[in-house]
Design a protein around this ligand. Structure first.
Ligand SMILES: Cc1cc2nc3c(=O)[nH]c(=O)nc-3n(C[C@H](O)[C@H](O)[C@H](O)COP(=O)(O)OP(=O)(O)OC[C@H]3O[C@@H](n4cnc5c(N)ncnc54)[C@H](O)[C@@H]3O)c2cc1C
Length: 522
């Protein structure tokens, strides 16, 4: 499986990697880690020579992580390597503490700690990881690169993919006049993905309403700007740290599309209009623009070519969801692609990447469109905005919005079975202090059996190479007797009553064990 030879020149490149990944951003790196964990050989081709950029550092590089991402990093032993969140307070949050502590927002409308009713999240345990966390792009990429390299992934920087050619079981990836070979190619090369364009994926969606600005400036009269997030009749502005401003200007995305240079005068003009002040900027240090263009690839696979992350979907960064969505793609795709490459995937496993992840992506795009709609200035939008604001001030409203923003209710529709099926496994805490998430570092499927059931124990011995058996008493078992967990932490089967081995067998055959494969005794 592992590649062994590498030539210097394009045509003499003898290695055939299991997977070539275009793009070494967070999604490409995390996917590479998942594939390498499952013993695939992986090459990342990354356009940028230098992984460091001020846009990836605080404050520009600040990224909110939500529950599914935090769980994914925790389950691979990576969460504890993130340090930035320990020293920094979220600059997008207010200073207030206690019940009026702001925990997130929808279209700039905050929801507060004291209004969120966590008892509505029936399967969330006190031993769960955080619901949200701030992180820094640079740190996240550094942690992921380190792990990828430790697992044997080759990362080649300064090589921009320019195209590819595929046959039924191989892809030749072009970097100018050089080429690299993989059995599979995954485009993780961001919103302007070359892989997406070269493969001819349809990128369907909606055009932008605004240009967003992130800028570091010197302000002569900062007191003219209000603190916190300010939704105004012509957009939104936020000064989260002195001199660091985020602006949203409803210009139909015109400035961003024009690709004109971002000048001090231009940023001042926009900030004055949006804030309705005569604030004066004296210097512009760094600036970047973005929009709320919302598009999603109508398919995630073309032959041996797949898409993940921003290459597969783009939308406004309002409420911070894109990175979480992309890392979720990687967690979902890694083990499925690895099992496919190794000939161990049950029928249709790889197709479930699209059927599971496309709807989640579509929901995020709609979440972002809904926010943009009620931030617009016309009376209809203002009327709707007022109603949403009222709803968010109710307990059920705040709980709903927090659940959506933090991804608490994220699940896949597996149709039927126990209510936990399709959801992320609760972080069960064993009496010896260990938690189930800590036992998932190796990325294997798990049969979790709280009662040491003799027939389950006997059943699993036949799959010892694919499914790890874990038993033990937990502090809170939520009425469940046994659970089958996929490598991505999603529950494939669960039972509250005496476990039925034919049920768990069916679930294993759907997700973990290819029929016809000789079973191995453990
Ligand atoms: C202002 C702002 C704030 C945001 N805040 C949040 C937030 O709080 N939470 C959140 O979840 N998301 C947030 N996002 C979105 C998030 O940053 C992206 O969704 C995320 O970075 C996507 O990761 P990715 O790896 O798919 O793509 P990218 O991060 O874009 O990485 C793609 C990589 O591919 C490389 N590349 C490009 N072309 C090629 C090529 N031809 N060949 C080889 N390599 C190539 C690039 O150099 C890059 O390294 C925010 C975005 C913006 C703009």
């Amino acid at each position: 499986m592992k590649a062994t030879l590498e030539g210097n020149k394009s045509t003499q490149n003898h290695i055939i990697y299991d997977v070539v990944i275009s793009g070494g951003g967070p999604v490409g790196l995390f996917l590479a880690c998942e594939l390498a964990l499952a013993k695939c050989s992986v090459l990342i081709l990354e356009k940028a020579e230098n992984p460091y950029s001020p846009l990836k550092q605080i404050p520009f590089g600040i990224r909110g992580l939500s529950a599914p991402t935090i769980e994914a990093l925790y389950r691979r032993g990576l969460l504890e390597q993130l340090e930035v969140h320990k020293r920094l307070k979220n600059p997008h949050q207010s200073n207030k503490q206690g019940a009026r502590r702001q925990r997130g927002h929808f279209a700039g409308i905050p929801f507060y700690d004291g209004d969120i009713d966590i008892s509505q999240w029936r399967y969330r345990l006190s031993s769960s990881t955080d619901t949200s966390l701030i992180s820094e792009m640079l740190e996240l990429e550094t942690v992921l690169s380190r792990r990828a390299e430790a697992l044997g992934v080759k990362i080649r920087r300064g090589l921009a993919v320019t195209g590819f050619h595929q046959t039924a079981n191989e892809v030749t990836v072009q970097v100018g006049d050089r080429s690299f070979k993989g059995k599979w190619l995954v485009g993780c090369d961001g919103s302007r993905s070359v892989v997406r364009k070269a493969a001819g994926f349809e990128f369907a969606g909606t055009e932008p309403e605004f240009t967003g600005y992130s800028a570091q400036v010197d302000i002569a009269d900062p007191e003219k700007l209000n603190p916190g997030r300010n939704v105004t009749p012509s957009g939104m502005y936020l000064q989260s740290q002195p001199g660091y401003v985020i602006i949203q200007d409803f210009d139909g995305g015109a400035f961003h599309s024009s690709e004109k240079p971002i000048t001090l005068q231009h940023v001042q003009r926009v900030l004055r209009r949006v804030s309705n002040t005569d604030v004066t900027l004296t210097a512009l240090h760094i600036a970047t623009t973005w929009t709320d263009r919302a598009r999603q690839s109508t398919s995630y696979r073309n032959g041996q070519v797949l898409l993940a992350g921003d290459a597969a979907h783009i939308h406004a960064p309002l409420g911070g969801q894109g990175l979480n969505l992309g890392l979720g793609d990687a967690m979902n795709l890694g083990w499925k692609l690895a099992a496919t490459i190794q000939g161990q995937a049950p029928e249709g496993l790889l197709d479930s990447y699209y059927t599971e992840r496309h709807p989640i992506g579509a929901q995020v795009l709609d979440w972002s469109r809904a926010q943009v709609t009620i931030m617009e200035k016309e009376p209809y939008a203002r009327a709707l905005n007022a109603i949403i604001r009222d709803l968010m001030n109710t307990r059920d409203g705040a709980t709903y919005f927090a659940g959506r923003v933090w991804g608490i209710n994220t699940h896949y529709d597996f149709a039927g079975g126990h209510p936990l099926v399709g959801y992320s496994v609760p972080n069960f805490a064993f009496e010896d202090g260990k938690k189930i998430g800590e036992l998932m570092h190796d990325g294997q499927g798990i049969l979790l059996d709280f009662d040491e059931n003799a027939s389950l124990k006997n059943w699993v011995t036949e799959y010892a190479d694919r499914i790890k058996y874990i038993s033990g008493r937990v502090k809170e078992r939520l009425g469940v007797k046994a659970i089958l967990i996929r490598p991505d932490g999603i529950i494939a089967w669960a039972s509250d009553s005496e476990p039925d081995c034919s049920e768990v067998n069916n679930a294993a055959a759907r997700w973990l064990v290819r029929s016809g494969l000789k079973r191995q005794k453990g």
